[in-house]
Write a protein that binds this ligand. Sequence first.
Ligand code: 5RP
Length: 231
Amino acid sequence: MTHAPHTALSQDELKTLVGRAALAYVVPGQIVGVGTGSTVNKFIDALATIKDQFTGAVSSSVASTERLQALGITVFDCNDVAELAVYIDGADEIDGQGYMIKGGGAALTREKIVAAQSRQFVCIADDSKLVQTLGKFALPVEVIPMATQRILRQFAALGGQARVRLKDGVPLVTDNGQHIVDVTGLQITDPLAFETSVSQWPGVVTMGVFAHQKANVCLLGTAKGVKKILY
Ligand code: 5RP
């Protein structure tokens, strides 16, 4: 545990705390994998303070790329980098084994790609994200639009309620030109098997359980400071 604050911290302050703590995992002289979301935005802001110490970033979304570049951090194409030492990203839920639900920010496909290319996944999250069993947060799934209705029926058959994510009243379009369905009512007791199974459904681009690309470390923002959990 590091840094014990004297007064209760807001969720935003906890995100800042873990974003800063993640700087310890940036390998000097190397390229760092960068996720997406409000917690990662805190990490990106912190990263800018040490930008002379590493080479640049591989980013998991247009939003993170724009933020990194605006702060003067070089962003490399994923295809130009063979392997990353570390990928730093948030989560919507993380369990006691480092399995996560991700995709609340609709960036799950690129997040899974960069995570797969990284030797270590460092999850940064406030303690509201810690769960016993994945499934309280709606599971995001990126889908090819022509398969949407079929996929909604498949989740209904499993007891879930799936709906298309909307933005301004129309289906949200991801960075990859696809749609997101969010699934509630699932208790994901075997994340590895569930990820394997749903990932094979025709029309599923990426499902938001990160079990095969699970976290190796979680920096959890708590009332007592940053708790480091190793998996
Ligand atoms: C984006 C993600 C994010 O990591 C996840 O939604 C957590 O975001 P935040 O840090 O804003 O709570 O998976 O696709």
